[in-house]
Unconditional design. Sequence first.
Length: 38
Amino acid sequence: MFTLKVLRLCITRGMCWEWARQTVALEEIHKRMREHLM
């Protein structure tokens, strides 16, 4: 899969940990927003 390749590159370089954290945080925010809207 494309995403796995990107994740491997990010992990080997050690540059995308912050990005991954932000992505997870954004997903959590979206889930909470949907719950509030519903």
